[in-house]
Design a protein around this ligand. Structure first.
Ligand code: FCB
Length: 460
């Protein structure tokens, strides 16, 4: 297992601007979104409450006190949104299925109206030349399942497999690309240990059990999806960061290794048949998950691709106050940062992709999310001159080209995100879209970054 050097790397010299022809002709160029962040229509056509509705309704949880109840009203305005994607020149679109639209309760039959919505959406993509990439779980668990313990309960694995079955039966004639889970780290650790995402718990044992069940549900869903969609391509999307030690001190280097055990290997090792990493298992002690016979084999179900979501590298320091990991991820103190406080480091993308390819050889890889948040404003000329986001996108595509040249089997890139949207605990104050949303009027406006992506895609 190779780890980056302890000393942060110097910034790379600027690469020449990327051109579409630098990439394979069949490379996929998309944008990504997720159901809760854009759809709105919270109580329409039989949709029930999700853990994010409940979380957002809890005072103090969302920075601006908002929720996804209306969001971008994509549930009603999706034809216009897909038009924007088509006009930009995308050939793929990543979206997610809202579980609360599909099953209204335990033992309920699938909600036809919910399935119909996604069926229309998929038809809309195909009509516009957008290859549909469906994510089955992008964090909006039905609240009725959380009331029974959520992902901490093994029964939720069965419920997820039922969801996968119902959705792939209905859409599998047209949707061939399936992502079971988006970012199990966030579901498990941010939602149940760090607590700043729904359901807002702060218990390590719960978080690791949740993690195990999420991974298990992925592995158990894979054969079900394959049975329903014989020509399916199935994978999942992980959020990963290249790691840097805060200093050359051996303590910080060891902290980085411990963080790596949880942040990277805890997910990738079991997915690629190596079980949970022993050092991390020993470190978490009694918080280790309950694992039943056959679980690890199920989690390691062969997949067709790996999705990697990349935003920034993490700098890790030794912190004895934070047990059991004794690690702390430091906020950047210098260099270029986005409105999220995330450092901009395009080379980290190439470094990360190369490492995953070297360590696990997962086969075809896709960047399933990558993007940046800036404080956009509508200029007097009516445009959104988001030069920093455009530059971010250009530099990350240059890094993608470098990774492909280094031999990573890269097959596609999805910018996060098509639209400004509900950015979880940050509410609407953080904009990631290539398209600006005026939340008062729901007016859509292609930003300069989106114009650049379109010119790149329409160019040579
Ligand atoms: C990722 C999430 C996505 C979005 C971006 C900014 O972790 O998958 O929904 O919030 O971050």
């Amino acid at each position: 297992m190779s780890l980056p050097a302890a000393i942060p790397m110097p910034p790379a010299a600027d690469d020449p601007a990327p051109r579409r022809s630098d990439f394979a002709a069949d490379f996929l160029w998309g944008c990504a979104t997720s159901s809760y962040q854009i759809e709105g229509a919270g109580a329409v056509d039989g949709r029930v409450e999700s853990i994010w509705d409940r979380f957002a309704a809890t005072p103090g949880r969302i920075r601006d006190g908002s929720s996804g109840a209306v969001a971008c009203d994509h549930y009603h305005r999706w034809p216009q949104d897909l038009d924007l994607g088509r006009d930009m020149g995308l050939n793929a679109y990543r979206f997610s299925i809202a579980w609360p639209r599909i099953f209204a309760g335990v033992g309920a039959r699938p909600n036809e109206k919910g399935l119909d919505f996604y069926s229309r959406l998929v038809d809309g993509m195909l009509e516009r030349g957008l290859q549909p990439w469906a994510t089955l779980y992008h964090w909006d668990l039905p609240q009725y399942l959380q009331d029974r313990g959520g992902w901490n309960e093994r029964a939720t694995v069965d419920a997820f497999v039922e969801l996968a079955d119902a959705v792939t039966r209905r859409l599998g004639d047209r949707v061939k690309h399936w992502i079971t889970h988006n970012e199990p780290w966030c579901t498990a650790i941010i939602g149940n240990y760090e607590g700043w995402h729904a359901p807002g718990l702060t218990d390590l044992k719960t978080a690791l059990q949740v993690c195990h069940h999420v991974l298990l549900s992925h592995g158990r869903a894979v054969p079900v999806i394959r049975a329903n969609v014989p020509d399916a391509q199935v994978g999942l999307a992980l959020s990963l960061h290249p790691l840097r030690a805060a200093s050359e001190r051996p303590e910080d280097h060891a902290a980085m290794q411990r963080h790596d055990g949880l942040r990277y290997r805890w997910f990738l090792d079991p997915l690629y048949g190596r079980g949970y990493p022993q050092a991390t298992w020993d470190l978490v002690g009694h918080s280790a998950p309950h694992v039943e016979a056959g679980d690890l084999e199920a989690i390691a179900a062969p997949t067709d691709f790996l999705g990697v979501n990349y935003y920034f590298p993490e700098v890790v320091a030794d912190d004895p106050a934070h047990q059991p990991f004794r690690t702390r991820v430091l906020a950047p103190t210098s260099g270029e940062i986005t409105a999220m406080g995330w450092p901009v480091e395009p080379r980290g993308l190439a470094e990360l992709l190369e490492r995953v390819h070297r360590d696990y050889a997962p086969g075809p890889m896709y960047v399933t999310e990558n993007g940046s948040s800036y404080e956009d404003t509508v200029a007097p000329d009516g445009a959104v001159h988001d030069a920093a986001r455009k530059r971010y996108l250009q530099r990350h595509l240059a890094a993608l080209r470098a990774a492909a040249a280094a031999g990573v089997p890269l097959k596609g890139y999805f910018a996060w995100s098509l639209l400004d949207n509900f950015e979880w605990a940050e509410g609407y104050q953080r904009r990631f879209g290539l398209v600006h949303i005026d939340y008062a009027t729901q007016e859509r406006r292609l930003k300069d970054s989106g114009r650049w992506y379109g010119a790149f895609l329409h160019g040579d």
